[in-house]
Design a protein around this ligand. Structure first.
Ligand code: PAF
Length: 280
C-alpha cells in the first residue's frame, strides 16, 4: 500500500496506475469492521482501491469532539494493508482547505440536511458534502462506498451526486453490528463499561418499532412516544426518534411503503446514532 499526503503526489500516482476501475472509501480513520467491509466491497469490484483518512474539521461544530476524535493511524494502516487497499490518502487540513478553511467554498444539499442530525449539528452536512465533493474531484473514482449507519449522510451524498451529475456511483453498505445489536462506531470507544451495556437498547428500540411497522401498526406517533420512553427509562437521552419515508426522509405517511426509523440518543456526553429500514 502506498501512502500519499499531497493531492499532487496522489494524482500523479493515480495517473500512472494501470487500472480500469477505481473504488474509493472516504473515512475519518479509527477503522473498525464496518469500514473494512466497505474496503472489501471496493476491493472485490475494482482494480484499484483508494481509501482516505481525514478527520474533517469542517463537519465538526464548535462544541464537538474534533480534538478528541480517536486517531489510530498505525492500526488503521495495518488493517488497510490486510484489507487490500492500494493507495491511502492522508491529507492535512491545510492541504485540502488552504490556510482559511472558513473562507473556502461550501457544497450544500438543502432540505435533506436540515432535519435529524442536521438540526442537532448545524453545518455538519455542509462540511460532509464539501469534503466528499473535494475528495471525489481529487480521486475521480468510478464508485464510492459509504456505511448505511449514517443513513441521512448517505441519502444526502446520493442526492448531491445526482443533482450535480457527479460521475461516480455511490454504494451504501449495511451497518456492521456487535452481537448485542450495537452498531459499530468510532464513538463507541467513548463509552464506559456500564454505558456499553446500555447502548444496545438504541438498536433494540428501533428494531421493536420496525417489527411493529412490519406487522401493520401505523400508529407512528404512539410508536415513537413509546420508543422515546423506553430509551429514557434505560438512561439514554433521545435526541430524535422518527419514522420517515426512506427516500425523501420526510415524516412517514400511511401511504409510504419504504420507511426508515432514524434515531440519535445521548449516553452521557456520547451521541449514538442508528437506523433501520423497513418495507411494509
Ligand atoms: O462518514 C464519515 O466518516 C465522514 O462523514 C466522511 C464521509 C468520511 C466525510 O468526512
Amino acid at each position: 500500500m502506498q501512502i500519499f499526503e499531497t493531492i499532487e503526489s496522489l494524482q500523479s500516482a493515480l495517473s500512472g496506475a494501470a487500472a480500469n476501475t477505481l473504488g474509493f472509501v472516504p473515512t475519518m480513520g479509527n477503522l473498525h469492521a464496518g469500514h473494512l467491509s466497505l474496503v472489501s466491497r471496493a476491493r472485490g469490484e475494482h482494480d484499484l482501491v483508494v481509501v482516505s483518512i481525514f478527520v474533517n474539521p469542517l463537519q465538526f461544530g464548535a462544541n464537538e469532539d474534533l480534538d478528541s476524535y480517536p486517531r489510530t493511524l498505525d492500526a488503521d494502516t495495518a488493517a488497510l494493508i490486510a484489507a487490500g487497499c492500494d493507495f491511502l490518502f492522508l491529507p492535512s487540513a491545510a492541504e485540502l482547505y488552504g490556510d482559511d478553511m472558513q473562507a473556502s467554498t461550501r457544497v450544500q444539499v438543502p432540505e435533506l440536511g436540515t432535519h435529524y442530525c442536521g438540526a442537532s449539528r448545524p453545518g455538519h452536512f455542509d462540511g460532509v458534502t464539501t469534503v466528499v465533493t473535494k475528495l471525489f474531484n481529487i480521486v475521480q473514482p468510478d464508485a464510492a462506498y459509504f456505511g448505511l449507519k449514517d443513513y441521512q449522510q448517505f441519502s444526502i451524498i446520493r442526492k448531491m451526486v445526482d443533482d450535480l451529475a457527479l460521475p461516480v456511483s455511490v454504494h451504501g453498505i449495511e451497518t456492521a453490528r456487535e452481537a448485542s445489536g450495537l452498531a459499530l462506531s468510532s464513538r463507541n470507544g467513548y463509552l464506559s463499561a456500564e454505558q456499553k451495556a446500555v447502548a444496545p437498547l438504541l438498536y433494540q428500540t428501533i428494531k421493536g418499532i420496525g417489527d411493529a411497522l412490519a406487522a401493520g401498526d401505523q400508529d407512528f406517533k404512539r410508536l415513537i412516544q413509546a420508543g422515546k420512553q423506553q430509551l429514557q427509562d434505560a438512561g439514554l437521552q433521545p435526541d430524535y426518534l422518527a419514522i420517515a419515508n426512506s427516500a425523501t426522509l420526510r415524516p412517514a405517511t400511511r401511504e409510504d411503503s419504504h420507511l426508515v426509523i432514524l434515531a440519535a440518543a445521548f449516553l452521557g456526553s456520547t451521541r449514538l446514532i442508528d437506523n433501520l429500514r423497513v418495507s411494509v
